[in-house]
Structures are given as C-alpha cells and as structure tokens.
Design a protein. Structure first.
Length: 184
C-alpha cells in the first residue's frame, strides 16, 4: 500500500486535473492501493481515477467528483462503516405524535454492523444516547422498536448479508446530516 505525502498527492491531483482538461503533462490519477486515511480530498475531481484497493477510511471527500472513477463505489463502501470500535450513528424516527425526530445511537464494538454500497448502515443492536426533539421515539418501520435514552435496542432479527441494504437490523447513518435528509 502506497502512502503519499501531502506534496506527492497534490502532484498526482494536479496531473490528473491536466489530464481531465486535456492539457500537456497530464495523466489519469492512479491511486490504486493508495493509503489515503485522513487525506483532504474535498472538491477533488477524481473522475476516471483508479481507486482499486485504495484505503479511504477517514478521507475527507465532501464535494469530490468520483464519477467514472474505477472501483470508487467499492472504495467508498469500505470507508463507510468502521469495522472496529464503537461508533456513533444517527437515525431518523418518529415521536409518539408522529413528528420526525433524530436519534443518536452508539453502536457498541461487539455489535455486528454492515452497509451495502450506499451510506445507509445496519447494526445488530445499538445503545440510545439521545432522542433529539422528544423524550422517546419509535422506529418509522417497526413500531415495536422504541428508542429511549439509556436503553439498548434490538431489531426483530439481524441480516448479516451486507447487500440486503433494507433488510433487518437497526438502520443508521454515520452523520447526523444524512439522517436528517433521509425521507421516511
């Protein structure tokens, strides 16, 4: 796995920009098997870049254009759900009156978790940290799952097949913004 310095990565991206603009000295970015944890790639135009096996966990990709990037979907999916340690997740749910609210969850280290190629994730179980906008919340899909701060919640079952994105499990997103944008 190649670990780039800030200067080396900047040079690769500068050449890639020239390649995209069909300028002399340009070449398509080859970031295959690159170690890019923590790399600031916000706004980077990575169209057509090779990302096979790239390690992007923690890379900041906001506004990055990955259209046509080879293996971008796989590389992004690998960074979505951390495989180790407890993590914070966010979920949109409903209050007792039916209004939308946000639930802050802690996914314990021992809980199985998965995601398909999108940003929606599932967990085997979760601890409710906070219900924002209400004292408790109810799952929009399963009325039997009630979210109360301090409680551990379990789905009726958990599907370990990551490609069944909308299957059984406690659904959540990595960021609060994604949960807020989710349409129930």
């Amino acid at each position: 796995m190649k670990k780039y310095t800030v200067e080396e990565l900047a040079e690769v991206l500068a050449k890639h920009k020239k390649w995209l603009n069909d300028e002399d000295g340009g070449e398509s970015a080859d970031l295959r098997y690159a170690y890019l944890q923590g790399a600031g790639l916000q706004g980077a135009d990575l169209q057509g870049a090779g990302l096979q096996g790239a390690y992007l966990r923690g890379a900041y990709l906001r506004g990055a254009d990955l259209q046509g990037a080879k293996n971008a979907e796989l590389a992004c999916a690998m960074m979505v759900v951390p495989a180790e340690g407890s993590i914070i997740g966010w979920k949109k749910a409903r209050t007792a009156s039916g209004a939308e609210c946000i639930v802050k969850l802690r996914i314990p280290e021992e809980a199985k978790r998965t995601n398909a190629s999108g940003r929606k994730c599932r967990a085997e179980y979760a601890d409710v940290v906070e219900v924002i906008g209400a004292g408790y919340a109810v799952s929009a899909r399963a009325d039997s799952v009630v979210y109360k701060p301090g409680d551990r919640v379990y789905p009726d079952s958990y599907d370990e097949n990551r490609w069944n994105e909308c299957s059984n499990g406690i659904h959540f997103f990595i960021t609060r913004e994604e949960a807020e944008a989710w349409e129930l």
